[in-house]
Design a protein around this ligand. Structure first.
Ligand code: MLT
Ligand code: MN
Ligand code: ZN
Length: 302
């Protein structure tokens, strides 16, 4: 099969659903197996143009299980093989890079990211198990398209974000646009998909980038900015975490309401987010605004 095809490998934010140590409202429903909350693994998307060779957008700590659940990513030829021939990381967050460690068995693929993100991985010696003689690090820059897998072209663009949690001892860069957090535009067979799993704020540039895309997969971390605080789970607002919330006058649903897009899909959904509860008022409200809530295994063929 040819043409742009994407599979959501993991639709949850860091921690997944349910999170290993969490009994928040959503996680409790998931643990109880009520069927009201689907379990979800951590943030990653696979894309292809030719159906043979796949690009991973982010490599989550759940990657091994995600490959198992996704026949298109199973090894097919000879003794050692993988359809995964490239990985692009959009930031250095734990939920987006630690899956690289799963890909360490001397299998060649290309690793793409900004200079800054690749440098933070290089600073961390554990990633040297993904040997660079077989996995060349390929820095990418804004405004220059590249072809990570045959027939599929990609371009990164800056998105307001912040440094990864594990680098917060440095200047946080909250809300800054630069190489720390990027979005990705994918083009193949005349179709266009935009992937933005982390975003602190919808800027005019970002809205322009999204306009007219056949599919948008966007940061759905929180429903409301003070969700973690209200649930008694922490002190951080969404704004402090570098994630714009879905709802409210400055939320992503409102900010993108008048931006034409083929399909609008939330990904990177945190386990506190009430839209994860099937039929909840928040789920119904966000669907009424035209959004889909991704689940693991969701296929998007825009
Ligand atoms: C985030 O999306 O804010 C990060 O994944 C948080 C983390 O690293 O745990
Ligand atoms: Mn995350
Ligand atoms: Zn939870």
């Amino acid at each position: 099969m040819t043409g742009l095809r994407a599979i959501v490998l993991g639709s949850a934010a860091g921690g997944g659903v349910p999170q290993w140590n969490c009994r928040c409202r959503v996680c409790a429903l998931a643990w109880r197996g009520t069927g009201l909350v689907r379990p979800r693994s951590q943030s990653s998307l696979a894309v292809t143009a030719d159906g043979d060779s796949w690009l991973l957008l982010n490599a989550s700590p759940d990657l091994r299980q995600q490959i198992w659940s996704t026949p298109a990513l199973h090894p097919r030829d000879g003794l050692r093989h993988s359809p995964i021939s490239a990985v692009l990381v959009t930031n250095g967050d734990v939920d987006h890079v630690t899956g690289l460690l799963t890909l360490r068995e001397r299998q060649p693929f290309d690793l793409y990211g900004t200079e800054v993100t690749l440098a933070s991985l290089a600073d961390n010696k554990v990633f040297s198990v993904v040997a660079d003689d077989l996995v060349p690090r390929r820095p990418v820059v804004f405004g220059r398209r590249f072809e990570p897998v045959p027939g599929l072209s990609a371009e990164i663009f800056p998105v307001p974000g912040k440094l990864p949690l594990w680098r917060e001892d440095e200047a946080l860069g909250l809300g800054e646009e630069g190489e720390n957090t990027v979005g990705v535009e994918i083009r193949a067979a005349g179709r266009r998909l935009v992937y933005v799993p982390g975003c602190a704020r919808v800027t005019p540039d970002l809205a322009a980038r999204i306009t007219g895309a056949d599919a948008l997969l966007f940061d759905g971390t929180l429903y409301s900015d003070d969700e973690m605080i209200r649930e008694g789970l922490g002190t951080k607002t969404g704004a402090r975490m570098g994630h714009v919330s879905m709802s409210g006058p400055s939320g992503s649903a409102a900010a993108l309401a008048r931006v034409p897009v083929g399909r609008r899909i939330y990904v990177h959904i945190n386990n506190t987010n009430p839209v994860l509860i099937e039929g909840s008022p928040e789920r119904r409200a966000i669907e009424a605004e035209g959004w889909e809530i991704a689940h693991d295994g969701l296929e998007v063929t825009p």
